[in-house]
Design a protein around this ligand. Structure first.
Ligand SMILES: [Mn+2]
Length: 263
């Protein structure tokens, strides 16, 4: 089986017991690994990740050991960055043996053409103008912040911030965004409004793919487009514990790992 998981947000300061959450996520990974031939982590696996020059992330020894265990057994683990764990500069790969992806990728998996991405920043080109002005402003702000976060020069400048302060800022920013989302969850907006569905439709005009698999939205979706392409949004490993499983013939289903209550 091939597994797709996303948005664990490990280490989130919005969690009451983040050690218990991390343990649960790692147990899930280990249990899936018994028949996994590949694992795809589609972003925001950590709630905040920054590799400083003199100090690397310190909290995630269990997750790092679990990833190392999988790759050590020969299971390829593909790690897509999200919008919370952009700032890896080689150390994560070195420590765990994961294959890092910084951009959306089209890959052939079990004979199926799949586009894989975290999903942030994928807004169809004609979409922005259709929104009311305040929403446009919000999206522009997000895209500007995204540009700042992805800018290599600014990334290196942030490395000059003392790690303790940097971490405090990073975790606080991530905690706020998580709490905001928990307080006001944006559910599925429907086929004509959901950006990732519209993005997939736009891509389908250029060439047909079998699957578009995303994280980021913290909703579960399995939608068949007119072109027969399927758009799959994974839910999350933060509180829903949902993921997708694909067999060797390319059949994909959304699955649920056992319940765990966020404290
Ligand atoms: Mn995200």
């Amino acid at each position: 089986m091939i597994y797709f998981l996303s948005d664990a947000h490990i280490g989130s300061r919005a969690l009451g017991d983040r050690a218990a959450h991390e343990k649960h996520v790692c147990q899930c990974l280990l249990s899936l690994s018994s028949d996994a031939t590949a694992v795809y982590l589609l972003g925001d696996w950590f709630d905040y990740w920054y590799e400083y020059v003199w100090r690397k992330p310190q909290e995630y020894s269990l997750t790092l050991a679990t990833l190392r265990q999988l790759t050590g057994r020969g299971i390829p683990v593909h790690y897509f960055i999200g919008n919370h764990d952009i700032w890896t500069f080689g150390w994560l790969e070195e420590q765990t043996g994961v294959i890092l992806h910084r951009r959306p990728e089209v890959m052939t998996i079990a004979g199926k053409q799949c586009l894989l991405a975290h999903g942030d920043g994928l807004i169809p080109s004609d979409m922005l103008s259709r929104y009311p002005k305040p929403v446009q402003k919000k999206i522009r702000r997000f895209m500007f912040l995204r540009w700042v976060f992805h800018n290599p020069v600014l990334q290196r400048l942030f490395a000059l911030v003392p790690p303790d302060l940097g971490d405090r800022l990073g975790y606080e920013w991530a905690r706020r965004s998580r709490l905001k989302e928990l307080a006001h969850p944006v559910g599925y907006k429907g086929e004509n409004e959901e950006e990732l569905v519209l993005y997939a439709k736009e891509q389908e005009q250029k060439r047909h793919l079998d699957y578009y698999i995303f994280g980021h939205r913290h909703i579960e979706l399995d939608l068949c487009l007119a072109s027969d392409a399927r758009v799959v949004i994974l839910g999350d490993m933060f509180r829903q514990f949902t993921y997708a499983a694909m067999d060797n013939n390319g059949n994909l289903t959304l699955e649920n790992y056992e319940e765990y209550k966020v404290q």
